[in-house]
Design a protein around this ligand. Structure first.
Ligand SMILES: Cc1cc2nc3c(=O)[nH]c(=O)nc-3n(C[C@H](O)[C@H](O)[C@H](O)COP(=O)(O)OP(=O)(O)OC[C@H]3O[C@@H](n4cnc5c(N)ncnc54)[C@H](O)[C@@H]3O)c2cc1C
Length: 484
């Protein structure tokens, strides 16, 4: 099947409803429920881009099996040009939400495509797992499906590694194996996009290394979100039904985060990619370099989001008449430095890409790890802070759209106009700034950027442990030994 339209994506969700709970309610149809419908619409717009006559050719490639045009994020890159084309496609998707929807389908499409390209890795667990990975990749590509993922277990305590204790287990655990498949029971966090996805991928993450006895928690598989026994428990929606004037981001880009509970869920054998081998699970992302492929999506999206904040803050300064104030210029200049750094990370990762042993062109990890960690630890929290520092009281002097149609309207028009901008345009702009830096939506964005790729402390520890520091140490040693 060629690439889907937005309408087909929406129909797919309606036809196969997952079990979704929110605010004490079991949701009948996420495509019409107020908490989700606008997020669904924004995701549908991505699928529609694949049919936009102006850009559609840059959004797809020819399917190796059907010959149909299929989404470029399903490509198994063989050349640097493939990586560049994929990035250009992902940039179109990222701009649709100004970088605010992070888990657009390209993220997991990149991941599964990297597994398929390195499918021989899975043979070492069981030969049939390689075929499962290849078939699954073809299935989601040809049906243009939307995936969510969940990698981290809920924990009763942060002090210990997961113990192989089935009776008292909150971690997702294999509790049975049958002729049909494996049976899993337990919980996982935090499936962003889960309630509005077609499929869920469940696999290990290198930020939470499995203990040597954790073979029952060592697996990788994928399931339809509508699988019996699987429940998505959502946080409150950030889309509370306000206009796009009042809540410009939350009213459009609610991608939702959900706990996932598995109640003795059957995973058919053809959906299992790894099982029971702790070392293979722990080596998974390093071997397939899947984090380099998802990293290309991540850092490219963060560059888009940073460019968006640059545009926003520049408009704020013009509106407030503060463009000549030295520290305003300095802060916006700081954003330019971040933007150029992120763009350079993406370009360097492409320029220094190498073929892995299975012939997949993998972006260079170093610049992407640097870009990701800089963003989560420093850049995005600072961007939100700069919006606050530049916006100040204008982020609170914010009547709603409805207030302009009251008897107070003429006073709003008079008092909120600036030298450069009419009152309504100023208020519209600052509602956007507020949604970036002050609203619940803005708070979740900061939390997301800090944690979505694993917690920053463990990520930095991982970098320390895996980065080759030897040549740097040798140089210092040689300097110490230099005579004269
Ligand atoms: C908005 C949002 C969206 C997310 N979306 C997804 C998603 O789509 N899919 C997905 O799989 N995951 C997702 N995550 C989950 C994310 O992967 C985890 O939050 C992250 O891995 C950290 O795990 P945790 O929340 O259990 O942190 P915790 O383990 O609770 O860590 C909390 C704090 O304790 C410290 N800490 C605890 N234990 C240790 C330790 N052993 N060593 C060092 N430091 C420790 C951490 O440094 C941190 O500061 C999302 C998270 C957020 C916030």
């Amino acid at each position: 099947m060629p690439v889907r339209t937005g309408k087909q994506y929406i129909e797919g969700l309606s036809k196969k409803p997952a079990e979704v709970w929110i605010s004490g309610e079991k949701v009948k149809d996420v495509t019409t429920h107020t908490a989700f419908q606008n997020g669904v619409r924004s995701l549908a717009a991505l699928y529609d881009q694949q049919h936009d006559p102006v850009i559609k050719d840059s959004m797809t490639f020819e399917s190796p099996s059907s010959g149909d045009p299929v989404g470029l994020s399903f490509i198994i890159p063989k050349t640097i040009d493939d990586l560049v084309r994929r990035r250009e496609m992902m940039t179109n998707w990222a701009w649709e939400s100004c970088g605010m929807m992070a888990r657009t389908p390209d993220f997991l499409n990149n991941a599964v495509s990297s597994w398929a390209g390195s499918a021989d890795y899975f043979v070492n667990d069981r030969p049939e797992f390689k075929d499962n990975v290849l078939r699954y990749h073809e299935y989601i590509r040809e049906n243009d499906l939307t995936l969510t993922h969940t990698l981290v277990n809920l924990q009763r305590s942060r002090n210990t590694a997961i113990h192989d204790n089935i009776e008292d287990q909150v971690a997702l655990t294999v509790v049975d194996e049958t002729a049909e498949g494996i049976v899993v029971h337990g919980s996982r966090i935090l499936a962003t996009l889960g309630p509005i996805s077609d499929e869920i991928a469940v696999y290990p993450t290198r930020t939470h290394i499995l203990g040597k006895d954790s073979w029952r928690q060592a697996f990788s598989f994928a399931l339809p979100c509508a699988t019996p026994g699987m429940r998505f428990m959502c946080r409150e929606s950030l889309d509370i039904g306000r206009s796009s004037f009042d809540h410009p981001l939350a009213s459009r880009f609610e991608e939702m985060d959900a706990l996932v509970f598995f109640d003795n869920v059957l995973v058919p054998w053809d959906r299992v990619f790894l099982l029971g081998d702790v070392d293979m699970c722990n080596d998974y992302s390093a071997a397939t370099q899947s984090t380099a492929h998802t990293g290309q999506q991540v850092v490219n999206r963060t560059a888009v989001k940073t460019e968006f904040v640059l545009g926003l803050t520049s408009l704020m300064a013009e509106t407030l008449g503060s463009t000549q104030v030295p520290h305003v210029q300095e802060r916006i200049g700081e954003i330019v430095i971040y933007l150029e750094t992120l763009k350079a990370c993406v370009r360097a990762a492409e320029a220094d890409a190498t073929l892995n042993k299975w012939g997949v062109m993998c972006p260079a990890q170093g610049p992407l790890v640097a870009g990701r960690q800089l963003y989560s630890r420093t850049i995005y929290p600072r961007l939100a802070e700069i919006v606050q520092l530049l916006g100040s009281s204008s982020l609170m002097a914010l009547p709603t759209e409805a207030d302009f149609n009251t008897p107070v309207g003429p006073e709003l028009e008079r008092y909120l106009a600036t030298d450069s901008t009419g009152a309504k345009d100023r208020v519209r702009l600052f509602h956007l700034a507020w949604d970036v830096a002050c609203s619940a939506f803005g708070g979740r964005q900061v939390l997301y950027e800090r944690f979505f790729g694993g917690d920053p402390v463990r990520n930095a520890m991982l970098l320390y442990q895996t980065y080759n520091k030897q040549s740097a140490m040798d140089r210092v040693q040689r300097f110490l030994e230099r005579e004269g």
